[in-house]
Design a protein around this ligand. Structure first.
Ligand code: HEC
Ligand code: HEC
Ligand code: HEC
Ligand code: HEC
Ligand code: HEC
Ligand code: HEC
Ligand code: HEC
Ligand code: HEC
Ligand code: HEC
Length: 458
């Protein structure tokens, strides 16, 4: 009550008298439910709890002005007042004169800031997100608008986030429809429907408010391993150097068995140990790759060599390429199947002409964090071995690119064929086999803890 009086004083008499006026009308016999609302809020709802109250905006959109009293009371905001968020209304003219509102989007943008005061932490996280960066860039032709708080939360009717709704109610579904469809049929979507919260939905892998571009860094891998704590260990049982495979291959590559795969060469700064990103307002990547690839056939070896040189001249640090296997679309990243269908066959990758190496892209992060890509000719993976310029390439890149090294083995095997393949693979695994042998031996005497120590030391 003290709060209410305080607010009335602050707002001055204008709104207060409007409120009083509305309350005095004989028709306002408030029902029991409404009594939990402040007088002011009740007054607002007298006019606004009408389903047909609408307003035509300047772009001809129709904005419904209906706010349901019962839904508002039951909502998590039932104890806040309309004016906590709608502080800018002018009581003298409100409802009598038409206000000018350009579009629904403009209106949402104008009220976005009202959430900050009571939800500082979530607001700050959101402001650090890719979505918020896109909002700052503004609307763009051919792209959906990125979400504001009100796109994901209906401020007048929202219920506790602890209530588990149907998966289709996740706000992410309305903008990322195709990905949602894929997810709803994959191993996690099905598990979520069957068993509830233990299985992840969008926000569990991508963060709720602090959403970042999916293919940058290791964020999502860490989310996977956060739930699947035994995964590294379980893969080690059959996959040599599982940790390295996890570095170089995104999980869906093996776990979405039907996916197309590709090699992603990321521009990476060895000094700051980060993927490099475009500077805002100075888009060099597209300019340079377009110039280096006039025929649009994909960058060839020389073009890539020169490109690296240019990026190194910018003085961002020491730019190298880092290879990674990925699936080729966002939809495929959400078609995870159960483990019996996962790829275990080494030949899917360690074989001449292996499918994942038939498509190569070069990537840099754009200022908003999303990847910018340019196609690279797949021969680049072979020609590195064959020609002198490969050495030059390595000199510029300076570190050896692990992924490419192994591709070289692939190419080499292509040349020598059959029997040698096995000898080479055996040779590759000699260390591994010796270790396993030793581990098996040790296992018969030692505690499981020792095995873990061995794993950690790899
Ligand atoms: C006497 C009836 C009446 C009362 C009381 C009333 N409104 Fe309205 N309200 C309207 C009408 C009519 C419109 C549409 C005006 C227009 O076309 O611009 C409107 C528009 C709005 C809008 C959307 C457009 C804008 O101007 O921002 C909001 C938000 C709103 N009201 C909130 C409130 C709140 C909060 C209260 C209580 C403090 C309140 N209203 C009290 C009649 C009323
Ligand atoms: C927690 C903050 C908050 C509270 C409390 C709140 N509103 Fe709103 N309201 C908003 C925001 C934000 C929007 C803009 C919605 C959007 O972007 O779609 C909005 C929009 C509206 C609109 C325009 C139509 C619409 O739904 O977009 C009306 C009318 C309105 N509010 C009335 C009310 C009334 C009446 C109350 C009290 C019963 C109230 N609001 C309480 C935040 C709030
Ligand atoms: C892209 C969609 C999206 C946007 C944008 C968004 N939220 Fe959320 N928010 C969610 C989801 C989904 C949850 C539920 C998370 C869960 O179940 O843990 C949530 C949860 C919350 C919660 C509950 C507490 C918590 O942290 O889990 C609050 C408070 C909240 N959001 C406020 C905000 C505010 C304020 C904004 C704007 C700055 C905002 N949200 C923007 C999707 C969004
Ligand atoms: C005047 C303070 C206030 C403002 C402004 C406000 N909220 Fe809230 N909000 C609350 C309170 C209080 C709760 C209930 C929190 C609780 O009980 O944990 C709540 C709860 C929520 C929840 C559900 C949290 C949960 O744990 O389930 C979401 C989501 C949310 N608010 C979003 C918003 C959004 C979006 C806006 C801006 C349109 C906004 N809030 C503005 C006070 C506010
Ligand atoms: C089990 C974890 C997981 C869940 C749940 C999940 N994602 Fe993803 N998401 C990923 C992974 C992994 C990638 C690919 C990252 C990469 O390229 O390495 C991805 C990529 C994306 C991308 C980028 C696509 C592109 O074109 O590059 C979007 C957008 C996305 N997810 C949205 C969603 C939405 C919306 C949902 C819920 C319907 C969802 N994700 C659920 C793990 C998840
Ligand atoms: C109002 C529409 C909207 C909603 C709701 C929404 N997004 Fe987005 N999201 C976008 C747009 C627009 C982009 C940028 C274009 C793109 O990449 O599709 C984007 C981009 C992303 C990306 C980065 C894609 C990449 O290139 O790596 C991820 C991840 C993502 N969203 C996840 C989510 C999650 C998780 C939710 C729910 C918590 C969500 N989005 C809700 C519109 C939305
Ligand atoms: C080289 C391919 C490959 C990669 C990369 C890979 N996996 Fe697997 N994963 C498999 C195969 C094959 C199985 C089934 C093993 C079996 O049943 O013996 C499996 C099993 C699993 C299981 C079930 C474990 C169990 O035994 O119950 C989980 C969980 C899992 N993987 C998560 C991940 C995560 C998380 C990543 C990324 C960090 C990942 N995987 C990367 C091939 C891979
Ligand atoms: C919020 C926790 C959580 C996160 C995050 C998560 N998972 Fe899962 N995952 C589960 C649960 C729960 C199941 C179903 C029960 C089970 O089989 O373990 C499951 C099942 C799986 C399976 C099928 C295992 C089987 O036995 O057939 C694979 C494969 C898998 N997850 C991979 C991943 C990958 C890859 C990621 C990251 C992109 C990921 N998970 C992120 C919780 C999670
Ligand atoms: C989905 C593709 C894929 C599958 C399946 C796969 N690998 Fe690999 N493997 C790679 C890539 C890519 C690298 C290079 C990693 C790097 O150096 O960055 C690699 C590296 C290796 C290495 C070198 C490790 C080191 O310590 O340098 C060995 C050995 C190896 N793989 C063996 C296997 C065996 C055995 C299997 C089957 C049980 C297998 N791989 C399955 C893609 C795959």
């Amino acid at each position: 009550m003290g709060r209410l009086i305080g607010r009335l004083c602050r707002k001055g008499l204008g709104l207060a008298s409007m409120v009083a006026l509305v309350l005095l009308l004989p028709a306002v016999a408030a029902n029991a439910e409404e009594n939990t609302l402040s007088k002011e809020t009740t007054a607002c709802l007298k006019c606004h709890d009408k389903e047909d109250l609408t307003k035509t905006l300047e772009n001809k959109e129709t904005l419904s002005l209906h706010v349901s009293t019962s839904a508002f009371i039951e909502s998590m905001h039932g104890k806040t007042d309309c004016e906590d968020c709608h502080s800018g209304l002018d009581a003298k003219t409100h409802g009598k004169e038409k206000a000018s509102i350009a579009s629904k989007r403009e209106y949402s943008l104008s009220l976005q800031g009202s959430c900050r005061e009571c939800h500082k932490k979530d607001f700050a996280k959101y402001e650090d997100s890719l979505h918020a960066a896109l909002v700052k860039e503004g609307s763009k032709e051919g792209r959906k608008d990125a979400p504001l708080c009100a796109d994901c939360h209906n401020q007048h009717t929202l219920r506790s986030v602890k209530i588990l709704g149907p998966i289709a109610a996740t706000p992410c579904a309305k903008c990322h429809e195709e990905i949602f469809k894929a997810y709803s049929k994959d191993v996690h979507g099905l598990e979520r429907v069957a068993k509830g919260k233990s299985a992840p939905i969008c926000a569990n892998c991508h963060q709720t408010h602090d959403v970042k571009a999916a293919s940058l860094g290791d964020g999502i891998k860490e989310a996977c391993l956060g739930c699947h704590k035994e995964a590294v260990k379980e893969h080690k049982d059959w996959l040599p150097n599982a940790a390295l495979h996890f570095e170089a291959i995104s999980c869906p590559v093996c776990h979405a068995p039907g996916a197309q795969r590709r090699v992603n060469l990321r521009l990476y700064d060895e000094v700051s140990k980060r993927q490099i990103s475009e500077k805002a307002g100075d888009p060099l990547f597209k300019k340079r790759t377009d110039a280096a690839d006039l025929k649009e056939t994909g960058l060839n070896e020389l073009a890539l060599y020169n490109l690296l040189k240019e990026f190194n001249k910018d003085g961002q640090g020491h730019v190298v390429l880092r290879g990674r296997l990925e699936v080729s679309s966002g939809v495929e990243a959400h078609q995870l199947a159960d483990k019996s269908k996962a790829i275990k066959d080494c030949n899917v990758c360690h074989q001449a002409g292996a499918q994942p190496f038939q498509s190569v892209v070069l990537t840099i992060a754009s200022p908003d964090g999303r990847p910018l890509r340019h196609a690279v000719q797949k021969d680049i993976l072979n020609s590195m071995l064959a020609t002198q310029s490969v050495k030059g390439f390595y000199a510029v890149g300076s570190t050896r690119i692990g992924l490419l090294d192994n591709l070289l083995i692939v190419v080499f095997l292509a040349g020598v064929g059959g029997p040698l393949v096995h000898i080479v693979i055996k040779w590759l695994f000699r260390k591994e086999r010796r270790k396993n042998g030793a581990a098996a031996h040790a296992d018969s005497q030692a505690q499981p803890g020792d095995r873990r120590a061995d794993d950690a030391s790899k």
